[in-house]
Design a protein around this ligand. Structure first.
Ligand code: NOJ
Length: 556
């Protein structure tokens, strides 16, 4: 493995371990299952794997409620399996990034059980306990709201105090003001780095610290959370989110990671504007989180102008040495293929965009074969958020890229047309979430054989990205923007690449004052067979075609 800042040029693939591959036949994905599929991932051509949490957990939020930070969920395997997975991944040239939930633990974590046991337990101060307001302390200590709505405090009748949680009541927030908590979590980070993991995805990082004096949040008219504002649920979260100490924590973690060779990286889950995300990355000093998720594509339809606006915003904010990320889907969001109305051609254009921008692309498992969002009943949802909102008449929204039950984007990976989609070796077993109903037509085995499939488009794109330094490290400049097309240039001292994307269902002719170009990729696999893709200085794009072109060096 090279020792430079490899993470700048990497491509990340997110695995939801419960849903990737079941090796035992119990209907739940596991680490030996992932090991089986590492060859598939190496062949796909992604470079880094981010695993959603694999630690012991009561699984009330499917791993985002950790009950032991330094072990493996027995349902998923053993530490020996983990070591085997890491070794095989590294042997194949793949990196492994773990999900680290610093903000909260499970309420079944022994620390919380102790903390709750009495007011003078030594672990009491590991969590955030406060007296209530009103006579008898029966009202929450202040007006802070949990992210999914409702008060962020839960009353404990045993010790007659309230504890704070930013997400769900079974996920009490750790008290980061306590130096023992800090030490424990830093040591945990080191524990996994010493084992050889290549980095971390940091869960709701912006929520780690809260105001020490527990001041109320001021009123705001905003209701829904969004990356455009720090306000939601009728309050501006100035006292419970984005505290100065959290930015400091980003820098402290960076110092720890910087001690390691080969370099490791962190990507922070931060729901905020690009400007705030950039601050978490250390701003101009660039000494904080290496990367943060940019979710600004989520509100974009298949719309060239909207996408261009967001790309320009990211280009402005994340200037070198900073780097943006591009995310279409994840385990919390509605799948991208459903958001483009299951249109294969549009999906190929978006894949071309994601893999040719200046930034680190994050691909969610199954997006490479066009898995759809599966409809689920909220009341019986595995996802606690789905059950919390069982009464809602609106179940999901393509525009906001959200679905109340996140089960719909977490269904088992569709490997083949066998019963259970080849996810589980036991064809009879009831998988933990139902298999997407389209699996007989949408799966890896079928797409593997079809050179024109989405899977093979991803494979080719990933290969083109790996083979062309300008796509990994070149600067970015728009050459053409209209509602019908985007054309941009990636420039590196060694080469210049031009990407042209047709967002219209009709032909598009774009003049390019560019020297000699060669076509190195098209979403139309036959495009290179004739010279029809270009006449003189004009690119001839077919409906929904995406092209990658290389400027030929003089003399070649
Ligand atoms: C964000 C994670 O992405 C989500 O899945 C989880 O439920 C919450 N954080 C709480 O950890």
């Amino acid at each position: 493995m090279s020792h430079d800042e490899w993470w700048r040029r990497t491509t990340v693939y997110q695995i939801y371990p419960r849903s990737y591959k079941d090796s035992t036949g119990n209907g739940i994905g596991d680490l030996p299952g992932i090991i089986e599929k590492l060859d598939y991932l190496a062949e796909l051509g992604i470079e880094t794997i981010w695993l959603s949490p694999i630690y012991p957990s009561p699984q009330e939020d499917h791993g985002y409620d950790i009950s032991d930070y330094r072990n493996i969920n027995p349902e998923y395997g053993t530490m020996a399996d983990f070591d085997r997975m890491l070794k095989k991944a590294h042997d194949l040239g793949l990196r492994i990034v773990l999900d680290m939930v610093l903000n909260h633990s499970s309420d079944k974590h022994p620390w919380f059980i102790e903390s709750k046991s009495s007011r003078d337990n030594p672990k009491r101060d590991w969590y955030i306990w406060r007296d209530g307001r009103k006579p008898g302390g029966k009202a929450p200590p202040n007006n802070w709201k949990a992210m999914p709505g409702g008060p962020a405090w839960r009353y404990d009748p045993g010790t007659e105090q309230w504890y704070y949680f930013h997400f769900l009541p079974f996920q009490p927030d750790l008290n980061w003001w306590n130096p023992n908590v800090q030490k424990e979590m830093y040591d945990t980070v080191r524990y996994w780095l010493d084992k050889g993991v290549d980095g971390f995805r940091l869960d709701i990082f912006h929520a780690v610290y809260q105001d020490k004096n527990f001041k109320n949040n001021p009123f705001s008219f905003r209701v829904l959370p969004s990356e455009n504002s720090t306000a939601s649920l009728f309050q501006n979260h100035v006292n419970d989110l984005h505290l100065p100490e959290t930015f400091e924590l980003a820098r402290n973690l960076r110092k720890i990671l910087d001690e390691y060779d080969p370099p490791r990286f962190m990507v922070g889950e931060i729901t905020a504007t690009p400007e705030i995300c950039h601050k978490y990355m250390g701003g101009a000093a660039n000494d904080g989180l290496h990367l943060t998720f940019q979710f600004n594509f989520l509100r974009c339809r298949f719309n060239a102008r909207q996408l261009a606006r967001q790309i320009k915003h990211n280009e402005r904010v994340f200037m070198h040495p900073a780097l943006p990320t591009y995310v279409y889907s994840n385990h919390d969001l509605m799948r991208i293929f459903t958001r483009v109305s299951e249109n294969w051609d549009k999906m190929k254009v978006l894949a071309t965009l994601q893999l040719t921008l200046r930034g680190v692309p994050f691909i969610y498992y199954g997006d490479e074969i066009g898995m759809s969002q599966v409809k689920v009943k909220l009341k019986t949802s595995e996802d606690p958020i789905g059950r919390k909102f069982w009464w809602s008449p609106i179940k999901q929204s393509k525009y906001f890229a959200f679905a109340f039950s996140r089960d719909g984007c977490r269904t088992p990976m569709q490997w083949n047309s066998e019963p259970n989609a080849g996810f589980s070796p036991d064809e009879e077993v009831k998988t933990w979430l139902r298999i997407g109903p389209k699996y007989k037509k949408v799966n890896v085995a079928i797409q593997d054989k079809n050179p024109n499939s989405l899977l093979n488009t991803y494979r080719t794109l990933l290969q083109v990205r790996r083979e062309n330094i300008a796509l990994q490290a070149g600067s970015f400049e728009f050459l053409h923007e209209s509602s019908g097309a985007l054309v941009y240039k990636r420039t590196h001292p060694e080469q210049v690449i031009i990407v042209a994307l047709n967002f219209k269902k009709k032909r598009n002719f774009i003049s390019l004052a560019s020297p000699r170009l060669e076509l190195i990729f098209s979403t139309d696999i036959k495009a290179g067979e004739t010279d029809a893709w270009k006449t003189d200085a004009t690119l001839n794009l077919k409906p929904y075609e995406g092209m990658i072109l290389r400027e030929m060096q003089s003399g070649s």
